[in-house]
Design a protein around this ligand. Structure first.
Ligand code: AHR
Length: 548
């Protein structure tokens, strides 16, 4: 045998050996993930990791605002621990003051000397419980535009203001923009801003033009709202900066709203599309009735007491948002072929029936469990998979509310499992989303005598230079998934995992036991250029991979 032949035979034997090893490894795995480094989708807008705060229950008063005279550590009245936590997760944008509240809010009530600001009946007063704090029913307006923008600046977030379209005229929208953005010393409103300690313009870029205008924001038809939007959006003062106006979009699968709105907008010519930055989509996962009812009150489930079927049902409800994103995007493309307008999912999360409030009396407050962490990981992953469509998303709501990252009352504060997910997923912000292929056995379960199924493993991947982030959700309540992860188009150098899970699917954090559900670091095996990892049942995992 010639040396050349020898080398050839050995090389063939070697590659056959590696192929055999890979096949052997594959045989022990029950799931596969391929990350395609050479198939980027688009950049993941950091704003996809945004938040939402409304004057509702304990969100603002007690949650965000404790007051300057409070013994609770604060920065000019804003809860210090909250600021620190939001800085750590790089919160990119925060929406305020609502929600439904926005269309009942007069921004002028919340500016000027705090002691002179009026007390007003809160939009949510009618549903406030008798135990609710007085500040929840009657807004003292101590937290207004200055305080909100200051809160954002402390964190490094962008403020996203929702303007009142239902009960204030368009001129008041212009004036609010003037108050926020007119240069120091230029207008009477700039002087008013300066008198509160903020001479420099706030430079607010994101503005919502109404909220849920099909419902609490005015009960408009899509056509009526489009005409209002055109009026509000026409000639808003710019002060040399770009404004990104977000139109009130559809609820759930209301394709007619998206179609009717854009059709009417275009009646005044194609140039009108340029005034719209985003179309807001709202979607809450609430119906856990297993198909028995579509009634808003009867269909809801409990936040803490649930069985495995409720677990899968919530995730199935949550998964629906992916088809809404794809469906509305398609409708938008019928009118806006270049897709200049993006989706802004500015309210999302699970919504349970009342009864699991951490602070009794806080309306709409629910204690997030591991189920909500899995739900949130799944939702953020699916946003990451559609980065070309979604410009922003805002989890509803930041603190003391629906899918909250934090719960707080007086001097107590706790990070919920949802908060931990946001901290794990922050690495995706601004990354290049990559195409991934997941294959895993689906989960079959019994839905009151009828078979139902749910996917077995899903996630998303993104890369910043040589740092790849792969996040993976295993929704199975009891089975882990031995998985082989292949990164195509790059070599793997090092990797580590962060895992959020618990043996009890109901696990949650409380003020008294604040570390029940917390992320843990784990090592990952690299074998033959592949990663082998067992994704535990009911888990959210982040793999941080360094590429060569
Ligand atoms: O997040 C709670 C409420 O849900 C918001 O105020 C409203 O926009 C939505 O219906």
């Amino acid at each position: 045998m010639q040396r050349r032949d020898f080398l050839k035979t050995s090389a063939l034997a070697g590659s056959a050996y590696f192929l055999f090893r890979k096949q052997a490894l594959a045989a022990t795995a029950d799931a596969h993930i391929e990350v395609l480094v050479d198939e980027p989708i688009a950049t993941i807008a950091p704003e996809i990791y945004g938040h939402f705060t409304e004057h509702l229950g304990g969100v603002i008063y007690d949650g965000v605002w404790v007051g300057e005279k409070s013994s609770i550590p604060n920065v000019h009245g804003i809860r210090k621990e909250l600021v620190e936590k939001l800085k750590a997760i790089k919160a990119p944008v925060i929406r305020w003051p609502g929600g439904c509240f926005a269309d009942s809010y007069d921004w002028r009530d919340g500016v000027g000397p705090p002691e002179k600001r009026p007390r007003r009946t809160n939009f949510w007063e009618g549903v406030e419980s008798k135990d609710g704090n007085a500040t929840h029913k009657y807004d003292p307006n101590q937290f207004g535009t200055n305080e909100f923008v200051h809160f954002c600046k402390l964190i490094g977030s962008q403020p996203y203001l929702a303007a009142n379209l239902r009960s204030l005229p368009a001129l008041e929208f212009d004036r609010w923009v003037e108050y926020c953005n007119s240069p120091a010393g230029s207008t009477t409103l700039a002087d008013l801003r300066a008198s509160g300690g903020y001479p420099e313009a706030f430079g607010v870029r994101y503005w919502g033009v109404g909220n849920e205008s099909w419902g609490c924001g005015g009960n408009f038809t899509a056509q009526e709202y489009a005409a209002e939007f055109r009026r509000f959006a026409a000639w808003v003062p710019r002060y040399g900066m770009e404004l990104s106006l977000v139109a009130s979009g559809p609820n759930d699968d209301n394709w007619d709203w998206t179609r009717g709105f854009l059709e009417e907008i275009l009646r005044k010519g194609p140039g009108q599309l340029r005034s719209i930055y985003g179309l807001a989509l709202h979607y809450y996962a609430w119906n856990l009735s297993r198909g028995r009812t579509r009634d808003w009150n009867e269909g809801k489930g409990d936040a803490i007491k649930f069985d495995a079927v409720d677990w899968y049902e919530l995730l199935r409800q949550g998964q629906v948002i992916e088809s809404l994103i794809e469906g509305h995007w398609q409708v938008m493309g019928e009118f806006d072929r270049e897709h200049r307008i993006k989706l802004v999912v500015d309210e999302w999360g699970p919504w349970y029936r009342p009864g699991s409030d951490a602070t009794p009396g806080n309306i709409l407050e629910q204690i997030p469990t591991l189920r909500d962490a899995v739900f949130s990981g799944m939702t953020l992953d699916l946003f990451n998979r559609h980065p070309e469509k979604i410009a922003m998303a805002n989890c509803a709501q930041l603190i003391n509310c629906l899918n909250s990252l934090y719960l707080a009352h007086e001097d107590r504060f706790v990070v919920t499992p949802v908060g931990h997910v946001f901290s794990m997923y922050a690495a995706h912000q601004g990354g290049q989303a990559l195409r991934t292929i997941f294959s895993a056995p689906t989960i079959d379960y019994d839905r009151d005598g009828k078979s139902a199924s749910f996917w077995g493993l899903k996630g998303s991947a993104s890369v910043h230079d040589k740092d790849l982030t792969l996040t993976v959700v295993n929704p199975h309540v009891s089975d882990g998934r031995e998985t082989q992860v292949v990164v195509r188009g790059a070599k793997i150098k090092a990797t580590g995992a962060t895992v959020l899970t618990h043996s009890d699917i109901h696990a949650h954090n409380t003020f008294a036991e604040n570390n029940v559900v917390a992320p843990k670091a784990q090592s990952v095996e690299i074998r033959e250029d592949m990663l082998s990892f067992r994704f535990p049942p009911a888990s959210v995992t982040k793999l941080s991979v360094h590429l060569l």
